[in-house]
Each structure stands twice: as structure tokens, then as C-alpha cells.
Design a protein around this ligand. Structure first.
Ligand code: HSE
Length: 401
């Protein structure tokens, strides 16, 4: 019998307990041993809950109990999660977590400790909720050089952009709907400003390239400036607007960014709607792969955490090697990155001035929108920003993937 302590009895923590207690039999078969939840750590009490008697408020109880072999961390945030997880690993316990802040910041160090202690630090649920994406990167695509990762990594914003596209509603209305459905937080900055997606692409990139990618170094722009009119232009161009977390290796340089992008309707990520997530990975041998599923929500995310518990049981006393070196991967400035841009300007702007600044452009028109809108040729971001400075006013600009 393997005894587990679950830290945090919120949405994900309670989901993990539910998965472990509902699928006990199949989990025991696959793990090779029965898995039982012995403690639940939370500041709150849960009177009437079926697991009420397992709730403790002091991590010291879990730390001292030698029967605990696996710690599941679903508290979120860096502290005290980091302190508890580090203690557990130093005691040789396996750890499964859904906490992207913790993994993005301390992943390399915690993997190193797990290696030294012949145990495991696993974090499948920290990116893409229930989608198996980290394990394929760690264990399946091992013969490839990953050249590009591009993902819809935030369910809330994907839901909002889908609603804006399908119902023609504004950003504010879409946010209200997402909040009513319980997807967006009351203070939704982490989702709409791209911070959540930024941590996730930092984790994916660290694993794909094998070195620490600091999320602070990733250019991050959210969807707050995307309007219903932008969505109408996108439709007219046969494209969708998606908040993409991307990183790539190009001419020996690494780039990473989070921003809204215009993608062709023929692109596999364009069909990813509502709260679904998808991660597109291009390897130099395997070519294009895509991983799709529920990127958020109680049971999908809990399923990924519980699968990591199973892996911890199966690999007891044996470290699953994860290549994520602490040495920082130098990211190149995106101002050197080359791409096309979609630009909207007031109708009185002269086409001649536009051509002077951008060279040859491709005009875009939408019925009822009296503006000058166009797609530029391929340009470096710094040249684009320089060209834009020549104009007193632009309505919006969106990058093309
Ligand atoms: N707020 C996140 C999302 C939850 O909407 O995708 C999962 O990390």
C-alpha cells in the first residue's frame, strides 16, 4: 500500500482525491500497488466531506509520518509549495504537482534534488491540464531536435476569443461570460494578460531545449486590445486570432513569446475552440505533431496529477531522467524576428505614406469598417516598430504566425 498526502484541497486537490478514490482498482493494477490518500493538508476544515477525517492543518504531521511515500502538491503559488515540495524530495518521497508557478521557477532545481535522492518530481498537469504533453516531450520525442512549439495554452482566453468570433461580442462581454461560467477569475489578469500562458511556454521550452527558460525573459502580450472589429477582419482574411505561446529555434537562435496571432483557418490550431488547449510541436525528424484536450478543469487536470502518482509508484527508488539543466538558455530579442503584420489605420491615412513606410502591402477590407487595413510583407519586428512610429495613430496591429 502506498500512502499519499495531498497538499491543497481546492479544485485540483479535491479532484486528485476523487480520481484516486474513484479509479482505485485500475490505478492499483497499473501502479502495481494500492494507492491510498492518508492526509489532506489545507488551512480550512471540510465538515461533512467524506474525507473530513484526513484533513490536517500542519505540514509537520505529514513530514514526520514515515508511511507517506508520495506528496501531491496542488496549493498553487510559489510559497509554501516550494518549501514543502523540497522537504518531501529531500526525504526521498515522490512528488506530483499541478503548480505551474512552482515548476516554471524551480523545476530544474527540484528535478536535480529528485535525481540525487533517487525519486521523482513530476508535473504533467502544470501545462495543458489533462493533455499528455510533457511526457511525450520527455520520453517520446527523444530522437528529435525540437524546432518549434506553439500552443493554445490558456483555456479562458481561448473561450473568450471563440465567443468573440462566433457571437461577434466585445472583449468585455466575452470576459463577463467567461467569469459567469467560472473559467476566468474575478481578477483575470493572469489569463487575459498572458501571464499563465507565459509560465506554460517557459516550462515547455525548458523541456524541449533541455535548459532553463526564464519566464521573465519571454515577451508577453495578452488579448486585452483585441476587438470585435479585429475578429471581423480575421474572418475576412480566412484567419482566426489565437493567443499563442510559442518558442522556436531559428538560425541557431532561440525565441519565445506569448501574444495574439493571426493564424490561417487551415492551421490545425485554428480549429481549437472554447476552453480546449492544443500544443503543436515540430521536430526535425518527426515533423508536425499536435496534442489536444482539456487544458483546465477539475477532473482533466486531476487525471494528469494522478497519472504522475502512478508513475511515482511504478518508479519507486528509480529516477525518471528529465533533461532540464539549470543553465539559462539565452533567448534572442524578438525585435530580430521576421514575420508579417496585420495593421489597421484611420481611413484618412495616405496609401502613399503607408507604402513609403512598409513597402508593398496587401490591403484588407471589411464591409462597414471605414479604415485603411493591410498585411505587410515579411519584416523584422524592429523595422516594423520603426515604420509604425512614422504614423500619429494606428488602430491596432496583430502579428501573423
Ligand atoms: N486559468 C487557466 C486556463 C487554468 O484558463 O487555462 C489552467 O492553468
Amino acid at each position: 500500500m502506498i500512502n499519499v498526502a495531498v497538499l491543497g484541497y481546492g479544485t485540483i486537490g479535491s479532484g486528485v482525491v476523487e480520481v484516486l478514490q474513484t479509479n482505485t482498482e485500475v490505478i492499483a493494477k497499473r501502479a502495481g500497488e494500492e494507492v491510498s490518500v492518508k492526509y489532506i493538508l489545507d488551512l480550512r476544515d471540510f465538515p461533512g466531506d467524506v474525507n473530513e477525517d484526513k484533513v490536517v492543518h500542519d505540514y509537520g504531521i505529514i513530514e514526520k509520518d514515515e508511511d507517506i511515500q508520495i506528496v501531491v502538491e496542488c496549493m498553487g503559488g510559489v510559497e509554501p509549495a516550494y518549501t514543502f515540495v523540497k522537504k518531501a524530495l529531500l526525504q526521498g518521497r515522490g512528488v506530483a504537482t499541478s503548480n505551474k508557478e512552482l515548476v516554471a521557477k524551480y523545476g530544474a532545481e527540484l528535478i536535480e534534488i529528485a535525481d540525487e535522492k533517487n525519486t521523482n518530481f513530476l508535473f504533467e498537469a502544470s501545462v495543458g491540464g489533462g493533455i499528455p504533453i510533457l511526457r511525450p516531450l520527455i520520453s517520446s520525442l527523444t530522437a528529435d531536435v525540437v524546432e518549434k512549439i506553439s500552443g493554445i495554452l490558456n483555456g479562458t482566453t481561448n473561450y473568450m476569443l471563440t465567443k468573440m468570433e462566433e457571437a461577434g461580442i466585445s472583449f468585455e462581454e466575452a470576459l463577463k461570460e467567461a467569469q459567469e461560467k467560472g473559467y476566468a477569475e474575478l481578477h483575470p489578469e493572469a489569463d487575459v494578460e498572458g501571464y499563465d500562458a507565459c509560465r506554460k511556454i517557459a516550462i515547455l521550452s525548458s523541456l524541449a531545449y533541455g535548459q532553463q527558460v526564464d519566464y521573465e525573459d519571454i515577451y508577453t502580450e495578452g488579448i486585452t486590445k483585441i476587438t470585435a472589429e479585429d475578429i471581423r477582419y480575421a474572418a475576412a482574411m480566412g484567419k482566426s486570432i489565437k493567443l499563442l505561446g510559442s518558442s522556436m529555434k531559428k538560425n541557431g537562435k532561440y525565441y519565445a513569446m506569448v501574444c495574439p496571432m493571426l493564424i490561417d483557418n487551415s492551421h490545425p490550431l485554428s480549429g481549437v475552440k472554447d476552453v480546449f488547449n492544443a500544443i503543436f510541436v515540430h521536430g526535425n525528424m518527426v515533423d508536425d505533431t499536435m496534442f489536444y484536450g482539456k487544458g483546465a478543469g477539475k477532473l482533466p487536470t486531476a487525471s494528469a496529477v494522478a497519472a504522475d502518482v502512478v508513475a511515482c509508484v511504478k518508479h519507486k527508488g528509480e529516477h525518471i531522467s528529465i533533461l532540464w539543466d539549470r543553465t539559462k538558455l539565452p533567448l534572442s530579442d524578438i525585435s530580430d524576428f521576421e514575420r508579417k503584420y496585420f495593421v489597421r489605420m484611420p481611413v484618412q491615412t495616405d496609401w502613399e505614406r503607408i507604402h513609403e513606410a512598409f513597402g508593398q502591402v496587401e490591403p484588407v477590407a471589411v464591409d462597414g469598417l471605414d479604415e485603411k487595413a493591410f498585411i505587410t510583407g515579411v519584416m523584422k519586428e524592429k523595422d516594423f516598430n520603426h515604420a509604425i512610429l512614422r504614423f500619429e495613430c494606428i488602430i491596432n496591429r496583430i502579428r501573423l504566425d
